[in-house]
Design a protein around this ligand. Structure first.
Ligand SMILES: Cc1ncc(COP(=O)(O)O)c(C=O)c1O
Length: 479
């Protein structure tokens, strides 16, 4: 018998692992020539999985075949060089191994003694994250599911600590004078969502106008704060962008910190997209001030090339997190343990949490930061190459100067009428998705539709960029 109820014999498990290994390797064959998107209608994809709850199991070979046919081979091409949509990295190979090993030991990092090594690795990764952005001291932090969760965590800590004297964790927001949060109008929607979840409400989020380079307008920010004070609001927090999702704009973080100091506000930085780039000598100066933030959101499934999901929030020390989250429970009591053990459940919302740290720890150990920094620099250089190609062409127009690794542009087909150009680009986006050779989406800059290419992928090269422009021209010609 190959399997007792749920477990295989070692020999049968080995065979199955070999088969799954073949599936993994197959995904990396010929990436340059694989489509970035497979355009199947939604109802067809739904039909592949439409069945009622299976009572009987199926043979493993048939199951793996099903997974290959309908999941692996139809997956959106995030691994390959032709993915430009949203902020999507290719995933490091060592992390595939790490994920399998992490699932194998099935650790729960909620309590130190449930996962001693993984707990220490997560503490180490948090400290390394701080080193990447020159965030000083023995910081506190947690690995979370992504940038949205990291921002929610940072803003939760902000609210709980800032209003600690009002015992807000116990009393809730009842009776508290409405408090206001400030960010540029380019801020990511997860900040809106976080404020909704935190009971602050988006009516209290002041979206401040930006300058031409899409960074926050500091004068407008100060005026809004003054106005709010006059109107009886309590200014509470500024969210600085260390790389906006639309264009990669980095706010003047030093100035934002000073504003927070003078109005006694919390300073949170959303570095989900661009935070770790602070470690590059070529752009470090733009990040000055990030090290003074009270909380920072980072996202390793973006620019540390980790497979989803992996975000990180860091704050000045562990005690801050404990004050924001600790909840006593008899079933979790730590009395019998060494005081130096750090239990993550006391420093974050989740109790059970998986070994998120292993993949990023193994990636950093395996590749070293020198190689990772060089790869990030390569992405930035490639983005500049894309901008140059667009600028030199007669049928594309660049719509935002490249910041980090996002370029926004329009295909003009040499048309001059702006309405016609917008109409063409509107039709291009779905047509490109149908074509599938590259995957690129759009956004709006100052209300105007543009194509938006994000170049966070260690497998992209100059030839990928040339291919992108060629495919856009090809598809446009069919419209
Ligand atoms: C600036 C910024 N903040 C937050 C997020 C949200 O991150 P996630 O998608 O990992 O939740 C993103 C995602 O692109 C982002 O670019």
């Amino acid at each position: 018998m190959e399997r007792n109820d749920l477990d295989y014999t070692i020999a049968a498990f080995a065979k199955l692992l070999d088969k799954s290994k073949a599936l993994v390797l197959d995904q990396f064959q010929d990436l340059d020539n694989k489509n970035a998107y497979h355009d199947y209608p939604q109802n067809e994809v739904e039909s592949w999985f439409a069945e009622s709850l299976p009572e009987e199991g199926m043979p493993d070979d048939a199951l793996l075949q099903k997974v290959k046919t309908h999941i692996l081979d139809k997956a959106t091409g995030n691994l390959g060089p032709h993915m430009y949509a949203y902020v999507t990295a290719g995933g490091t190979q060592i992390s595939i191994i790490a994920e399998q090993l992490a699932a194998t030991i099935n650790q729960n990092i909620g309590k130190w003694h449930l996962a001693p090594s993984i707990s220490e690795i997560e503490k180490r990764v948090v400290q390394w994250a701080a080193e990447m952005i020159d965030y000083p001291g023995q910081v506190g932090g947690v690995l979370v599911s992504g940038g949205s969760a990291a921002n929610l965590a940072g803003l939760t800590v902000a609210r709980n600590i800032f209003f600690e004297k009002l015992n807000i964790r116990k009393n809730g927001l009842f009776g508290v004078k409405p408090f206001t949060v400030y960010a540029s109008k380019e801020v990511h929607g997860c900040v809106d969502k976080s404020l909704e979840q935190l009971g602050i409400g988006t009516n209290q989020l002041r979206k401040i106008k930006t300058q031409e380079d899409f960074t926050i307008n500091l004068e407008a920010l100060k005026q809004q704060i003054e106005q709010d004070i006059k109107d009886g609001f309590q200014p509470f927090c500024v969210v600085g962008n260390a790389g906006t999702v639309n264009t990669g704009a980095i706010d003047d973080l030093e100035a934002l910190h000073q504003i927070c100091e003078s109005y006694k506000m919390w300073f949170h930085v959303d570095g989900a997209y661009g935070g770790v780039v602070a470690m590059l000598e070529s752009v470090k100066a733009k990040y000055k001030g990030i090290e003074k933030a009270d909380s920072v959101a980072l996202d390793f499934h973006k620019w540390l090339y980790q497979p989803f999901e992996l975000g990180c929030v860091i704050v000045k020390n562990w005690e801050t997190l404990r004050r924001a989250y600790f909840k006593k429970a008899s079933y979790l009591d730590t009395q019998l343990e060494e005081a130096s053990r750090l239990d993550f459940n006391e420093h974050y919302f989740q109790l059970s949490r998986n070994a998120k740290a292993l993949k990023v720890w193994m990636s950093i150990k395996s590749y070293g930061m020198k190689a990772l920094r060089a790869m990030i620099q390569k992405d930035i250089d490639l983005t500049n190459y894309l901008c140059d190609q667009v600028n030199q062409s007669e049928d594309f127009t660049l719509k935002s100067q490249a910041n980090l690794a996002v370029a926004c542009f329009q295909y003009t087909a040499k048309l001059e009428d702006q309405e016609q150009i917008i109409h063409l680009n509107q039709r291009l986006i779905p047509a490109l998705e149908k074509d599938g050779r590259v995957f690129i989406t759009g956004t709006k800059l100052n209300g105007e539709l543009v194509l938006r290419a994000c170049i966070i992928n260690h497998r992209k090269q100059k030839s990928s960029i040339d291919y992108l422009l060629q495919v856009i021209r090809d598809v446009a010609a069919t419209l």
